[in-house]
Design a binder for this molecule. Structure first.
Ligand SMILES: *Cc1c(COP(=O)(O)O)cnc(C)c1O
Length: 394
């Protein structure tokens, strides 16, 4: 008994609700194939839960760039950016990120989580208000908590609701910050950025758009949905990661030069955290160049996504699979989601059952993440296996 009892009770509660989480150790075999470390070596699974959308983690250009810097500069950056941690390649990455995003400047952070919890409190404080899409990522919510501004959540992608809240609340505060994602990580749907840009300007707000799942995948140059929807003039801060489609690690914000200079002096997760290792920066830089120079990579991905969705609709699934590479299959109860994920695993597919509290109650889902690792035949077979499991697991 004693002090541990609370924590044990929490875990038992999670067990009862089928929402307890634990990491599963895997070995990566390459090309999207994985093997659970605890099982037999031939129990190969096709991974449908990775955000390595363009399959760049295994691209020779990233591996070569990363390996070269590893050999030249060693493993760690050794210090924070404002100490001796800033290398030429950090600044090069920032320049090329700004180029990708069409902004004056960019700033690299250790991760997307660190970017969000560093930038948001630097932009707003107790005098201010944040309008936050309900389905925004946990790192955004944590950033809002650290900021101490009034937090007002609007219904997911519902700009009428946002407008109503802006009318009621905007004038009571000094600065107002609207935060959205461009592609939502659990639902795979898009934010209506054009309409949002109008609202944001009308109510004199700052706009922060998290492009974690859009960077490298949308827009003629791979700049994301901000580029595709041509709204960069209305987006004050674009944020994104190097860890998803770009196959590396770390994150960026892209903004005006004065705002970036301000954040260098103000964002605590930039100031007080060690710079990214040179080999990681090298991989990100190589990925940025691929995204700029090889639009065929994202075209190829989008073709695979369309194939998977077509197989599902041809097989009779009537749910809207959404507009992106993230294909959520809503199944309702956590227990059913876990059972379907287990059935798929038996058949050789690794799919995550996303459950509350990550998503709202009764909206547990299987989240299929389509990547360039998946061959057309594998996508056809996976869709068939899913349709069978949906019919058999009640
Ligand atoms: C993944 C993700 C992050 C966090 O990025 P990391 O680099 O993994 O820390 C932030 N926002 C969104 C929307 C994400 O999907």
């Amino acid at each position: 008994m004693g002090s541990m009892e609370r924590y044990n009770a929490f875990l038992r509660q999670r067990d009862r609700a089928a929402t307890r989480r634990a990491p599963v150790a895997l070995r990566r075999l390459g090309q999207g194939k994985i093997v659970p470390a605890s099982g037999p070596a031939d129990a190969v699974l096709i991974d449908f839960s990775s955000n390595d959308y363009l399959a760049l983690t295994e691209h020779p250009a990233l591996i070569a760039a990363s390996g070269k810097l590893l050999a030249e500069m060693g493993t760690g950056a050794g210090a924070a950016r404002l100490m001796s941690g800033t290398l030429e390649i950090h600044q090069q990455l920032e320049q090329e990120t700004a180029l990708l995003k069409g902004t004056e400047a960019a700033l690299v952070f250790g991760s997307g989580y660190l970017a969000n919890i560093g930038v948001i409190p630097a932009l707003v404080d107790r005098r201010d208000v944040i309008f936050c899409d309900r389905l925004n990522h946990a790192s955004i919510y944590d950033g809002c908590l650290l900021a101490g501004a009034r937090l007002i959540r609007f219904r997911h992608n519902d700009l009428n609701h946002l407008e109503q809240l802006l009318r009621q609340q905007r004038s009571k505060f000094q600065q107002a910050l609207i935060i959205v994602e461009s592609i939502y990580s659990m639902d795979g749907d898009r934010c209506p950025l054009k309409e949002l840009a109008g609202l944001k300007n009308r109510f004199n707000c700052l706009l922060l758009v998290d492009e974690a799942h859009a960077t490298g995948l949308y827009g003629a140059g791979g700049g994301g949905l901000i580029e595709e929807d041509a709204v960069s003039a209305s987006v004050d801060i674009a944020m994104g990661t190097f860890s998803k489609a770009l196959g590396s690690y770390g994150a960026y914000i892209a903004a005006s030069r004065p705002l970036v200079d301000y954040l260098v002096n103000r964002a605590r997760t930039f100031i007080y955290s060690t710079a990214l290792p040179p080999a990681v920066v090298g991989a990100s830089l190589a990925a940025l160049r691929l995204v700029r120079n090889e639009p065929g990579l994202r075209r190829d991905l989008h073709q695979r996504v369309e194939l998977f969705k077509k197989c599902l609709s041809d097989g009779g699934l009537t749910d809207d699979p959404g507009p992106s590479q993230i294909v959520p299959i809503l199944v309702g109860e956590s227990r059913r989601a876990v059972a379907i994920a287990a059935a798929l695993r038996e058949k050789g597919y690794f799919v995550t059952a996303v459950r509350p509290p990550t998503v709202p109650k009764k909206t547990a889902r299987l989240r299929f993440s389509i990547t360039r690792h998946h061959r057309p035949e594998e996508l056809r077979q996976a869709a068939a296996a899913l349709l069978r499991a949906l019919a058999e697991v009640r």
